[in-house]
Design a protein around this ligand. Structure first.
Ligand SMILES: *Cc1c(COP(=O)(O)O)cnc(C)c1O
Length: 389
């Protein structure tokens, strides 16, 4: 099919040409005397995206899933109790991983469409007088449902209970696109990956750990090898890595950081809000609803619920085969019930309008009773009236 396939999924996201070009490099010796000139400033600037000065940033040749494992296995001990709220496929997978790794996982079910219930979290932490809970696992942006939780609120709950548990945050689909403040929220482990807000291909797990977490890593006896933080700390201090780095990811990350910092993080967040808000106006104009309940709407992905009797998979299939655009599927228990529109990474008003128009055509083709042009009209009015001049 002529023309490019547009990715309107919440990861992997569209990679800007500047980043593709920056990654197109010959290989070089990662033990050379000049390699630290690349890695040291990279790790320094990566901290700015996490908004941490006190913490330390890390890059592993891996993905976000490895980031979950790095946080758990480097700081905790076998059998330690961890607390997690489960409200979508990603928080579900993180909880399952913690079980498989032999931790004592206290899972609290929450409605898919809501985020972390702060009042109940605070109450539970207050009950835990013996401080048996060693870590709270918080999914900042649940990509399956398009739900954003309040991480500052999670920190407040820990503080209100004077609870010393480590706070680990999955920010794979929020960091570099939705407001995230590692130091201010005293996050101990922030986990992200290359292929969402960072606009890179998959292959980089980007993390930052607090001094408290790094101290816990000193005494943790959990067996680990490839994902050992201490090996990274030892090599990174001289500007090297414990094993061969994914060089194109590092060069791509250099470009991505330059682009994000040049735009300014606050502007990046504001852009994602606008793109999301225009998409939400379109969804409302179609008379459809988000999976996210009010107050939890994500600025990187919208999961749209289809009415009873309709199959979201048909919409996604038509969008792909007839219009050459990729939408996100409903995951696990949401399969067929939602389709997802990603508005994360290298996107602007007109790219979102392409997504909205494509979805609208696919909805009409599948017999949804919507007014042709209604979503596009609502979005263009919003984008026109809020565009920076
Ligand atoms: C994409 C994603 C992950 C998994 O990342 P991989 O890079 O696929 O391992 C984890 N958590 C969230 C919230 C995600 O969106």
């Amino acid at each position: 099919m002529a023309g490019r396939n547009h990715l309107y999924i919440p990861g992997p996201t569209n990679v800007p040409n500047e980043i593709l070009n920056a990654m197109h490099i010959p290989m070089e010796d990662h033990r050379s005397p000049v390699f630290p000139n690349l890695l040291k400033p990279l790790l320094h600037d990566l901290k700015k995206i996490f908004k941490t000065e006190a913490g330390q940033a890390f890059v592993f040749p891996a993905t976000g899933t490895a980031g979950w494992e790095i946080a758990l296995t480097n700081t905790l001990n076998p059998g330690d109790k961890v607390l997690i709220y489960r409200f979508g496929q990603f928080s579900h997978l993180w909880a399952e991983m913690a079980k498989r790794l032999g931790f004592d996982v206290e899972i609290h079910q929450e409605t898919w469409g809501k985020g972390i219930p702060l009042d109940r979290l605070e109450q539970r932490l207050k009950e835990d007088k013996q401080h048996e809970i060693k870590a709270v696992l918080a999914t900042h942006n649940e990509t399956a449902t398009g739900v954003t939780s309040d991480i500052g609120g999670v920190r407040n709950a820990l503080d209100a209970a004077s609870h010393p548990a480590l706070l680990f945050v999955d920010g794979v689909s929020s960091i570099a696109s939705i407001d995230f403040r590692m130091d201010e929220w005293a996050v101990d482990g922030a986990i992200s990956g290359s292929q969402k807000g960072f606009m890179l291909p998959a292959g980089g797990a980007f993390l930052a750990f607090s001094q408290k977490a790094l101290k816990a890593a000193e005494t943790s006896v959990y067996p680990r090898c490839f994902l050992d933080l201490k090996d990274q700390v030892n090599s990174n201090k001289d500007g090297y890595t414990p094993y061969t780095p994914a060089l194109p990811i590092l060069y791509g990350l250099r470009k991505a950081l330059d682009m994000l910092l040049e735009e300014g993080l606050e502007n990046v967040y504001a852009r994602h809000y606008r793109l999301a808000e225009g998409t939400r106006k379109a969804i409302a104009a179609w008379g459809m609803k988000l999976c996210a309940q009010p107050g939890f709407e994500s600025n990187t992905v919208s999961a749209v619920v289809v009415p009873e009797g309709k199959d979201a998979r048909a919409v996604i299939s038509t969008a792909f085969s007839k219009y050459n655009i990729s939408l996100g599927a409903g995951l696990s228990e949401l399969s067929g019930k939602v389709f997802r529109i990603g508005h994360v990474g290298d996107m602007n008003d007109v790219s979102m309008l392409g997504a909205i128009a494509g979805v609208e055509m696919a909805l009409l083709d599948n017999g949804f009773t919507i007014k042709p042009g209604s979503g596009v009209a609502a979005a263009i009015e919003y984008y026109r009236s809020t565009a920076a001049v």
